[in-house]
Design a protein around this ligand. Structure first.
Ligand SMILES: Nc1ncnc2c1ncn2[C@@H]1O[C@H](COP(=O)(O)OP(=O)(O)O)[C@@H](O)[C@H]1O
Ligand SMILES: [Mg+2]
Length: 263
């Protein structure tokens, strides 16, 4: 039995991979491959939020504001593109009668894009402005708020966030969903690598309170089943935790690492 844990994290411009396994032999055979491929993933992935904010401010915590009532829930729905965030977040917002915020729509409505990154088919977002806007939107409503976006964990004030759901989907199914959506081959590959390397989960764990990060494997589940699972966690009937999804281990067991993580 192979016990694999993968941590991918940013440090400056480099993405570092640390991989632990009980078996040294398996570790040595796999690590160079992952590290090499991961460099490509970091270079191209659109999951890394580009920002104009000062690097020293990235992990800055907001002081708690005594005027902010803490009984309102602020629920982030994050995950790799095509995992099903929007489908879930909209259903959840309707169910909770909550305010729904989609970060892509907010960027357009509030002019929060600084520039377009044509090569990576994405826009560079003004992270500081977006955080201020989110704080305003969250505090001015009496309702719960559901925030939908793959970088929600990076831009929502930590002191206001109550739950972070990181949607996961198996590489095979995610590829199928992205093909159905007509993603370009480059974007599909970049997103697949990001899902396999836990990019959204790692960002959530880095930027938010770890105990509030709930991983959710959506593979082969209907939108209704996923909603029910989220509600069970929100009701406190199911624990919120992360770290159990291991696509890399799955691909390794299936002998498909090279198929998914292309050099
Ligand atoms: N649980 C699910 N089962 C099957 N298809 C789904 C499920 N959730 C979403 N989809 C479909 O997958 C695609 C991506 O879903 P979407 O919610 O837009 O993902 P995201 O917002 O993460 O990019 C859509 O075509 C959607 O209809
Ligand atoms: Mg979406």
């Amino acid at each position: 039995m192979v016990n694999l844990t993968l941590f991918a994290f940013h440090e400056g411009t480099a993405l570092n991979i640390i991989k632990h396994t009980k078996h040294q032999t398996e570790r040595t055979s796999i690590t160079p491959e992952i590290t090499k491929n991961n460099k490509n993933a970091q270079k191209r992935t659109n999951l890394f939020l580009l920002t104009n904010s000062h690097p020293n401010r990235q992990n800055q915590k907001y002081p708690p504001n005594p005027k902010e009532p803490m009984n309102k829930r602020v629920i982030l729905i994050t995950g790799t593109p095509a995992t099903g965030k929007t489908t879930l977040a909209k259903k959840l917002a309707v169910h909770l009668n909550a305010q729904y915020i989609n970060l892509t729509e907010l960027t357009e409505q509030e002019n929060l894009a600084l520039e377009e990154d044509k090569e990576r088919e994405t826009v560079v977002v003004d992270e500081a402005k977006m955080r201020r806007k989110l704080r305003t939107l969250i505090t001015k409503t009496q309702k719960d708020t559901v925030i939908d976006g793959h970088y929600a964990a990076a831009v929502t004030p930590t002191t206001l966030t109550t739950h972070v759901f990181v949607l996961r989907r198996s590489p095979a199914q995610l590829r199928q969903f992205m093909q159905q959506r007509g993603y370009s081959q480059a974007k599909l590959q970049e997103n697949l690598e990001a899902e396999i390397l836990d990019v959204c989960l790692v960002e959530a764990l880095q930027k938010q309170d770890k105990t509030r990060v709930c991983e959710l494997d959506t593979t082969n589940k209907t939108p209704e089943e996923i909603l029910r699972e989220v509600l069970t966690v929100l009701n406190g009937k199911k624990p919120c935790f992360s770290g159990f999804v291991d696509w890399l281990g799955l691909l390794e067991r299936e002998g498909k690492i090279d198929e998914y993580l292309k050099p």
